[in-house]
Design a protein around this ligand. Structure first.
Ligand code: 2M8
Length: 768
């Protein structure tokens, strides 16, 4: 992939890309296209619908008859928490496979209640290590007869999945018998964990193998694993099978990690899988915030399931309280603003922070104060801050630490399941903006880079296995959730419609500016520059609306706009001056509108925002649309209309600017995150500035060239205004002229005839 995001100031900005439709997913499970003034909803929904179809296809291809393997070749059996996440995805459209997935897993539940990490598929043995011959779980009286399983467990997400299956079922009543069957098994699993894995009755269970955490080679485990001195002479011989699938070994655990994984398994089998014996001699016993948070959150679901089938939720609720209190008390590290693991063997915390340390948010286990600190740590360069650019939320390990590795498995890349849980956790504590941004990253990663196992935390490249189960499943869930959120915002918009139904002339009123007409344009431009200097972050394209609203600079600007009512536009002389005047005025009417309408999250809260907001200028009204399509685009047809902006006899046609310069599209700011970054344009330098704006935009993540996929992903701007660039061929020429990556240019040159464009979601969230 050639042109994603680069670490230079010029290309600093990465925008979060998302669909902007306000349609909701119907219960009939179809993603319908939609209209919408601010964005081309139809094609957006289609992109979603296509990818949901692709995700379902992946799950179908990985289906093994009664459960789903996590990946086509790398993981050819059923995995414990993978099945939970997969069932969550399927719950939206295939209740029967979702329930079967869980039932198959629990059919292999051990007699002591443990649900194994892997249930082996007898038909695909020989392709993974370690398999039943190595685990030798038949030594344990607890192993389930007739089933082939491993001898460890994983984070127990299943109750959460079961509750989802019920909630998402078209006829929840029909799922009740499944709930009745599975409830005692879920209860037995949780009971096993508290009984066997919490010897001191603290409310915190331990894991005894890195594979039990699900985040196998996380740097957190380096410390306890170092304790294991591997003696090659006594280590049972083994052969790794995970390196033979075309995956770069750099992206997988090292041999020395595997030696330790294997030596732990060897210890378990030597102990006959007897928990008391294992506990006595195991060098790896860790109370992990990830595992305990998942268990704690699952207890909440367990209580809910109990209520649904008329059982008492008390046991599950008391576990919730106990584990929450223990996480809060024992695992919190105030100096690091995060939850750490506790090493039971060493009797100390493991102060190595991964994304797992934020998961108590998922369980509601963090206190409000802890959540505040967690949020500060999470929303920082360590884990990719909001609007930071050049990163995707949330990398699995602190990007600022030495051990961070953006490509290696659990040592840095972004994982969909962890972030899915984090997004829920953030929402639970009211950090909606951050939760939204996680959700959008999680949606765009598979769309842009494929349904991979994990993703590069800086440029999004997909690693590990392709066609990965939980990436596909949670994508389906996230799409559904996204549409649910949209349903709420469209309700807000409907409310707003009632409040602001008519035109809003922002410079009407009694105030009259005393600046002489001949000086007004200059004074207005200076005041716009003052706004830019004080309140715009031009590198990230953000506006501090909150401070701006109350500032003297903004009052001054408002005051000067009153002078526009009598301003004689003939005073603008020369194309540079006219261009700068209209571009700056457009960008500032948008800011003025956002402040005046007290827009909170998106200009979409106000219907027809660009058409209704107006300035009276020289006896005529000019909306933002009039300025953009009428003046700056040379009275072109807006993409959402059939007619040109100004009719044949419209007197405002006297001010249209021709010829149209397509670079204005990278200077006009629509108050949203996917538009160009806001800037002040100076008449003296405007051509250079437009040039820089176009170059920056084309080399940002708004234009991604993917030679290996034979396609180019582009901002919707190139779609809506294709004609302004001279059609598709003109867009290609434009890209060719402005791209700096030689490989990308060459690809465009060679493949111009066959190249396909795909358009990236447009993020209408406010650029604040
Ligand atoms: C990975 O773990 C397995 C061992 O369980 C492996 O590396 O072979 C982890 O990513 C784990 O979280 C996941 O459940 C499993 C299957 O996707 O693969």
């Amino acid at each position: 992939m050639l042109n994603v995001v680069r670490k230079t100031t010029l290309f600093q900005r990465r925008k979060v890309l998302l669909p902007e439709t306000s349609e909701t997913i119907s219960k009939a499970r179809t993603l319908r296209p939609c209209g919408g003034r601010e964005g081309q909803g139809g094609s957006m929904s289609r992109i979603f619908a296509n990818h949901v179809e692709k995700a379902k296809q992946i799950l179908d291809e990985n289906w093994m008859g009664s459960s789903t393997k996590p990946a086509p070749a790398l993981y050819p059996h059923q995995w414990n928490w993978d099945s939970g996440f997969i069932a969550i995805g399927r719950s939206h459209y295939d209740t029967s496979r979702a329930t079967l997935e869980i039932e198959t897993l629990f059919d292999a539940q051990w007699r002591n209640g443990m649900v194994p990490q892997i249930v082996f598929n007898p038909d695909t043995l020989g392709r993974y290590f370690p398999e039943p011959d190595f685990w030798q779980t038949e030594q344990s009286p607890n192993a389930p007869p007739g089933k082939l399983t491993s001898g460890i467990t994983m984070p127990p997400i299943h109750a959460v999945a079961v509750e989802r299956i019920y909630r998402n079922a078209r006829r929840p009543g029909t799922v009740l018998s499944f709930l009745e069957r599975i409830y005692p098994k879920l209860l037995a699993l949780h009971d096993y964990l508290y009984r066997e894995r919490d010897p001191n009755q603290e409310g915190l269970v331990y894991i005894r193998h890195p594979w039990e955490s699900g985040i196998d080679n996380s740097p957190t485990w380096d410390v306890p694993l170092r304790r294991i001195k591997v003696d090659r002479a006594t280590l049972p011989p083994y052969q790794r099978k995970d390196l033979g699938h075309g995956i770069d070994p750099k992206m997988r655990p090292k041999d020395r990690d595997y030696d330790r994984y294997v030596s732990l398994v060897d210890l378990f089998r030597r102990c006959g899988y007897d928990e008391a014996r294992i506990r006595e001699s195991c060098p790896f016993l860790v109370q992990d915030p990830l595992f305990n948070s998942v268990l704690c959150r699952a207890n909440e679901s367990l209580a809910e399931i109990a209520r649904l089938i008329g059982e008492s939720p008390d046991q599950a609720l008391s576990w919730v309280e106990k584990t929450r209190a223990a996480i809060r008390r024992k695992l919190w590290q105030p100096e690091n603003d995060i939850f750490d693991c506790y090493d039971l063997v060493a009797g100390t915390p493991i102060e190595v922070e991964s994304a797992a340390g934020f998961l108590p948010l998922f369980a509601g286990a963090a206190s409000k104060e802890q959540a505040k600190h967690l949020y500060q740590r999470l929303d920082s360069a360590s884990f990719c801050a909001l609007h930071q650019g050049n990163c995707f939320t949330v990398p699995n390990y602190d990007t600022q630490r030495d051990g961070f590795d953006r490509t290696n498995y659990w040592r840095g890349p972004v994982w969909i399941n962890i972030n899915w849980m984090l997004a829920h956790g953030l929402r639970r504590y009211g950090y909606t903006l951050k939760a939204d941004s996680l959700q959008k990253d999680l949606l765009q990663l598979p769309i842009r880079f494929g349904f991979h196992e994990y993703f590069d935390s800086f440029d999004g490249t997909g690693y590990g296995s392709d066609n990965f189960g939980w990436t596909a499943a949670l994508f389906i869930d996230l799409v559904h959730e996204f549409y649910e959120t949209e349903k709420v915002s469209s309700r807000i918009a409907a409310k707003a419609r009632g409040l602001f139904a008519s035109d809003l002339v922002l410079n009407s009123g009694d105030k009259t500016c005393e600046v002489p007409s001949g000086e007004l344009a200059g004074a207005l431009m200076r005041s716009i520059k003052a706004l830019r200097d004080a309140f715009y972050d031009t590198s990230r394209g953000l506006v501090d609306y909150h401070r701006l609203r109350k500032s003297d600079e903004y009052q001054r600007y408002r005051f000067l706009t009153s002078g526009l009512r009598d301003f004689d536009l003939r005073r603008l002389v020369g194309r540079r001056h006219k261009l700068a005047f209209w571009v700056n005025l457009y960008n500032t009417i948008v800011v003025d509108g956002i402040v005046s309408l007290a827009i909170k999250r998106s200009i979409r809260e106000s219907p027809d925002f660009f058409g209704r907001l107006k300035y009276a200028i020289g006896g005529h009204l000019f909306s933002a649309d009039d300025i953009e399509h009428g003046i700056l685009r040379g009275n072109a047809r807006p993409w959402f209309h059939v007619l040109r902006q100004f009719g044949p006899r419209d007197p405002r046609k006297a001010w249209i600017l021709q010829p149209l310069d397509p670079r204005i599209h990278f200077a006009l700011v629509c108050g949203s995150r996917s538009c160009a970054p806001i800037e002040y344009y100076d008449a003296a330098t405007i051509y250079d500035q437009l040039e820089a704006a176009a170059r920056s935009f084309v080399n940002s993540s708004e234009a991604v060239v993917l030679p290996e996929k034979g396609k180019v992903l582009l901002s919707e701007i190139f779609h809506w205004y294709e004609a302004d660039f001279g059609g598709k061929r003109g867009v290609l020429d434009f890209l060719y002229d402005y791209l700096v990556d030689e490989g990308a240019r060459q690809f465009i040159r060679d493949k111009a005839e066959t190249l396909r464009f795909e358009y990236i979601y447009y993020d209408w969230n406010l650029n604040r």
